[in-house]
Design a protein around this ligand. Structure first.
Ligand SMILES: O=C(O)CCC(=O)C(=O)O
Ligand SMILES: [Fe+2]
Length: 251
């Protein structure tokens, strides 16, 4: 199954009421996507492509500034909020990947919900290292991730193990199931492994993406909702810290 594209119009930000039947149909479509692939493209959400482009333009302006102007916003500058802030090229990477990208994290104080704005600079494929990826293979940690992307390169792994491209479809948002929901649903919904490949040889395009990681409140206790206890109960905050420490190499 490829990644389904589901029309979210009935439940878009501009709609006040949703008819029961529309809600039932929508939930069926989402359930199929989340049990079979772990992700779905939603169209007609009420978030416009213009709004997404605007956020990407603002982010790009930030990334294009000289290092000394970005440094005051670097991650170490926010003592009470260790995730918030700018991370320069190759400072932080998933253990599985040989990466080259920069991030800006915007995190609230209430829980782990975070917007991560990513900028991948142009790549000279002659100089690329063996096995280099733009973003190493991983699954996200929280409940769901909303992903907006400016160009191709993202791949997701199907349950069969094969990686398929997640195309860049303007006006849509890609919703990924993350690990806490897989745990919560005792593996009924699958958290989707994904990665970002380098552009094809001869093309050196940049890439931008916006990943909105939705996280339950830190103290929320996540127990298997079918009562199976397949995974021991864990608070969302503790789980996030554990996964975060486990997943990254800092250089
Ligand atoms: O750039 C992308 O599309 C992938 C970003 C991602 O997977 C992440 O930040 O967790
Ligand atoms: Fe991710």
């Amino acid at each position: 199954m490829s990644i389904p594209v589901v029309d979210f119009g009935a439940y878009s930000l501009s709609e006040k009421d949703v008819a029961d039947e529309q809600m039932r149909n929508l939930s069926e479509e989402l359930k199929t996507a989340f049990t079979e692939v772990g992700c779905v493209f939603l169209k007609n959400t009420g978030i416009t492509q213009e709004q997404v482009d605007r956020v990407m333009d603002i982010s790009k302006k930030f990334f294009m500034q000289p290092e000394e102007l970005k440094r005051p916003f670097s991650r170490k500058s926010f003592a009470n909020n260790p995730i918030h802030g700018w991370v320069s090229l190759e400072t932080e990477r998933y253990k599985s990947g040989n990466e080259h990208n920069a991030f800006l994290y915007l995190k609230t104080d209430e829980n782990g919900t975070t917007l991560r704005s990513l900028y991948y600079p142009p790549v000279n494929s002659d100089k690329a290292k063996e096995g280099q990826l733009r973003c190493g293979e991983h699954s996200d940690y929280g409940s769901i991730t909303l992903l907006f992307q400016s160009s191709e390169g993202l791949q997701v792994r199907r349950r069969s193990g094969e990686f398929i491209y997640a195309p860049c479809i303007p006006g849509t948002v890609l919703v990924n199931i993350a690990d806490l929901v897989q745990r919560w649903t005792s593996d009924r919904f699958v958290s989707v492994l994904h990665r970002v490949l380098l552009p094809p040889v001869g093309e050196s395009c940049t890439r931008q993406s916006l990943a909105f990681f939705v996280q339950p409140d830190d103290e929320a206790l996540i127990t298997c909702c079918d009562g199976s206890n397949k995974y021991p109960p864990v608070t969302a905050g503790a789980y996030l810290i554990e996964r975060y420490n486990d997943s990254y190499e800092q250089s």
